[in-house]
Design a protein around this ligand. Structure first.
Ligand code: GLP
Length: 264
């Protein structure tokens, strides 16, 4: 696992966009795994800027989002469909037919639907670069604590902590979905490269547990320790719980010198 510590949220967003843009320039038909939440918003803004100012081309990109709330249709203002449209898709030239986000309106045969989602990822050649945020309890996607490290796309009941963390997105009178369809940890680990973004002091504990704690189903993000090409990109505030900060900075400096392609 490569740990990259940036000064602040702006620098983190620019670095994440640089990594994704380089991947896209090397492979114009890049398969991108995408995340929602407030953390990747700056990253999406930077990618949109590269599209606008430098013509970064998304016309052959295929995207797969991690998750969607069960019960919200794709036009619901709090759906991840609308979130992605507003924060990213409408600012770049991704083709609508290349966008995949789990359908929150599925009823009944979830297994068949979720297997189909997994199949579409496989048919696209697998995810080249998976972007992740991290929940305060260390979840990735909506893989709440105790999710199997081998889990695949499936419906998942949300914990009280996650419901509370996302409560402010919903109006007072509005019903908040209590479950979601999410890619599993096994699905995420199949990606060729993973980039986890963590920003702010409230993520410091989760980041420390994910990077330096034991690999455990209690902290889903700790499964990234099993991945051969995972980068954890955090700002200073999110890095305060890391014991080996100085070492990570030395590793990044050395990597920049010896194998810069590892940092894209
Ligand atoms: C939700 C999403 C995750 C995201 C997490 C943290 O639970 N399903 O993908 O990483 O929230 O969100 P934020 O970046 O807003 O802190």
């Amino acid at each position: 696992m490569l740990v990259v510590i940036e000064q602040d949220y702006g620098a983190l967003s620019r670095e994440a966009a640089r990594i994704a843009a380089n991947a896209l320039r090397q492979k114009p038909d890049l398969v991108l795994g995408l995340a929602t939440g407030s953390t990747p918003v700056g990253f999406y803004r930077e990618l949109a800027k590269l599209h606008r100012e430098q013509g970064l081309d998304f016309s052959r990109v295929v995207t797969f989002n991690l998750d969607e709330y069960i019960g919200l249709d794709s036009s619901h203002p709090h759906s991840f469909h609308v979130f992605m449209q507003e924060n990213f898709f409408r600012h770049v030239n991704v083709k609508p037919e290349n966008i995949h986000i789990p359908d929150g309106t599925i009823r009944g045969d979830f297994d068949e639907y979720c297997e189909g989602y997994e199949r579409s990822i496989r048919d696209a050649g697998g995810i080249d670069l998976q972007i992740l945020g991290i929940g305060k309890d260390g979840h990735i996607g909506f893989n709440e604590p105790t999710s199997s490290l081998a889990s695949r796309t499936r419906p998942k009941t949300l914990t009280r902590e996650t419901l509370e963390a996302n409560r402010s997105h919903f109006g007072k009178e509005e019903r908040q979905p209590r479950a979601a369809i999410t890619m599993g940890i096994g699905t995420i680990l199949d990606a060729k490269k993973i980039l986890l973004l963590g920003s702010g002091a409230e993520k410091a504990r989760a980041v420390a547990l994910a990077v330096e704690g034991p690999i455990t189903a209690s902290v889903s993000a700790s499964a990234l320790q099993l991945h051969r090409d995972a980068t954890v990109l955090v700002d200073r505030e999110a890095a305060v719980g890391l014991k080996h900060r100085e070492y990570y900075e030395t590793v990044v400096a050395m990597t920049r010198e010896l194998t810069p392609e590892r940092l894209w």
